[in-house]
Design a protein around this ligand. Structure first.
Ligand code: NAD
Length: 569
């Protein structure tokens, strides 16, 4: 996609690009650029705003672990988190740090005897208080100029870079991400902040498509109100930060309910925003059970929108409850719901075989298969099926599994005991339904929630493990008669999140572009690892509302457009 222009680049870009345009295009472009420059200068000239200088958006690079200095810093950050085990953290409402009678314990899934942090089990009263505070704050925050709101995100991104090893360490310990995955999560959070900040600047400078004679015709994008943000535990920093800051930069205030499996990572985000100087009450942090706190927030007539990422079941529940109009409610709530996946990789007979085996392995077992984008079905052409299963087994059997804090482990634990038992149950069901266990199928150790990466072959397209989201390190390998059959299988679930095709045949690739019904399609590459800006993320059907996080349409979900026509003569 086109990189963003900083307002400082405008002049340079104007000269280079104008040469390639028609006169009419050039005129329109010049007007837009001049308007943007003028607008930014006005914003920037206010002495109290002191906005940061903007550069072009660029994805955040990953940490180079081959450098001993980086490894040392990460080890020290992990040791620091371990020293803080058992520490208690408050809920934060309007900047006030509050405790509750009952507590939530966040555990280390690599070693569940370790209490990573003690959190407050927020109550219905806490949820109501947060709603009141957020509603009051909205009146003020919604009037803060967009450029200043964006600037808080740019400042926060800078702080995240500085505190990178700390957020990485928190995820390594709290949810069992390996170092690379944790670092990718932090990098994605930084990307979201940088991207949405720039997006807000773009939305703040829109113009009506047509100017009627004798009128000034404008479209201004204004915020919605109080939003409820409900993230999952699996991208506990990036998704939480992305949903929250998109809502906030658009001028809304937010009540953030972190997942009970990853509240410390959520707290790390709150610390960053506090350090960035975000006014109290713009983001209110209320940990607590989804059933009590979450439902109160969602069902309340004053909540204006809900940004949710999580399972299909909870997403449907939220969508259903949010649709009910309650006494005193003067709007239809907006629901942004990103839900589960049952993602497939098609391996065609004409694929680059080695690349396909590697791509399937990484997509299926990165972060223990606990990504909504994870490959849980490899659909392999019958001509190469046996060879593929054998090559896959060789690779998967060699995957090291163990404590996430040890850099040499590619796979860590699954998130909690319930998830572990559920995954083991699916492995049993798969075999009862005729699946052949090729690799794994057992726990890797009894100390934490470790499961060996599991490959099950001979899975029927309609078998349970081919249809239901397992959300763990279990891969079904399905045999397809040919490419038509492979596409038919790939589209046979209720989901439509990610998918990939490995084939050197251009015609087949072309067919996949139109016939493979997923929100994020990858051709001749893995189906995980969406990058902000390049791969706007979100799925079809029961995978959610196709919000396209990290894309240019995303901020619109947190805004409403107001058309203003002024008669000028
Ligand atoms: P989950 O649905 O169990 O929980 C998600 C969030 O909802 C948590 O914060 C939880 O506390 C909260 N919640 C639970 N019940 C609630 C209720 N009644 N009211 C309000 N909130 C409630 O999901 P999870 O286990 O945290 O995450 C894994 C799921 O998320 C998987 O299905 C995965 O595919 C999905 N996911 C989707 C995407 C995407 O972009 N589509 C990204 C990441 C994860």
């Amino acid at each position: 996609m086109e990189p963003f222009l900083s307002y400082h680049d405008i002049k340079k870009e104007k000269i280079t690009n104008l040469e390639r345009m028609t006169d009419k295009q050039a005129l329109i472009q010049t007007e837009a650029l001049l308007r943007a420059t003028k607008w930014f200068t006005t914003q920037n000239s206010k002495p109290e705003t002191k906005l940061m200088k903007l550069t072009k958006f660029k994805n955040e690079p990953y940490t180079d672990w081959s450098k001993p200095a980086n490894r040392k810093k990460q080890e020290l950050a992990i040791a620091k988190i371990e020293k803080q085990f058992g520490k208690e953290y408050p809920n934060i409402i309007g900047g006030e740090k509050l405790t509750a009678k009952e507590k939530l314990h966040s555990l280390n899934p690599s070693n569940p005897n370790q209490v990573v942090g003690v959190f407050q089990k927020g109550t219905v009263d806490d949820a109501l208080k947060a709603l009141k505070v957020a509603e009051k704050k909205f009146a003020e925050w919604s009037k803060v100029p967009p450029a200043k709101r964006a600037d808080y995100l740019f400042k926060a991104a800078k702080i995240m870079r500085k505190r990178r090893f700390e957020s990485n360490a928190t995820m390594i310990i709290e949810v069992g991400k390996n170092w690379m995955e944790a670092d990718g999560d932090t990098a994605e959070a930084i990307d979201f902040l940088e991207f949405y900040g720039r997006e807000m600047l773009r939305y703040a400078d829109q113009k009506a498509a047509v100017q009627l004679p004798g009128e000034k015709d404008e479209v201004v994008y204004i915020p919605l109100g109080v939003g409820i943000v409900i993230p999952p535990w699996n991208f506990p920093f990036a998704i939480l930060a992305g949903m929250t800051t998109a809502a906030v930069v658009a001028g809304n205030t937010v009540i953030l309910k972190p997942s009970s499996d990853s509240p410390l990572t959520g707290m790390r985000f709150m610390e960053v925003m506090e350090e960035a100087g975000l006014p109290a009450g713009v983001i209110n942090f209320v940990a607590g059970p989804g059933s009590a706190v979450g439902d109160t927030l969602i069902k309340h007539p004053k909540s204006r929108f809900i940004a949710f990422t999580g399972s299909k079941e909870v997403g449907i529940h939220i969508n259903t409850e949010a649709a009910k109009v309650l006494p005193g409610q003067i709007w239809l709530k907006r629901v942004v719901a990103e839900m589960g996946g049952k993602d497939s990789i098609i391996v065609d007979s004409e694929a680059n075989f080695e690349e396909a085996v590697a791509g399937v392995t990484v997509s299926a077992f990165g972060f223990q298969g606990q990504k909504c984008s994870a490959c849980s079905r490899a659909i392999v052409d019958a001509k190469i099926y046996d060879k593929f299963v054998a090559a896959l087994k060789k690779r998967v059997d060699a995957i090291p599994v163990g404590e996430a804090k040890d850099l040499s482990n590619y796979m860590g634990p699954v998130i909690n005991k319930g998830a572990m038992e559920n995954i083991m149950r699916y492995i049993e069901v798969a075999q009862k339904e005729g699946g052949k266990l090729v690799s794994g199928g057992v726990r890797a150790s009894e100390d934490g929630y470790f499961i060996r990466p599991t490959v099950i072959a001979n899975v029927e397209p309609k078998a349970t493990i081919s249809q239901e989201e397992i959300f763990g390190p279990v891969l079904a390998v399905i045999k397809a008669k040919n490419f038509d059959h492979a596409l038919e299988i790939a589209n046979n679930t209720e989901y439509g999140l990610t998918g990939a095709v490995y084939s050197k045949n251009k015609k087949k690739i072309e067919r996949a572009r139109t016939e493979f019904h997923v929100g994020n399609l990858y051709l001749n590459r893995k189906c995980t690892g969406a990058m902000v800006g390049a791969h706007p993320f979100g799925g079809f059907n029961m995978s959610g509302t196709d919000s396209k996080a990290g894309g240019r349409d995303y901020l619109l979900l947190f805004l409403q457009a107001k058309s203003i026509a002024t008669k000028i003569k």
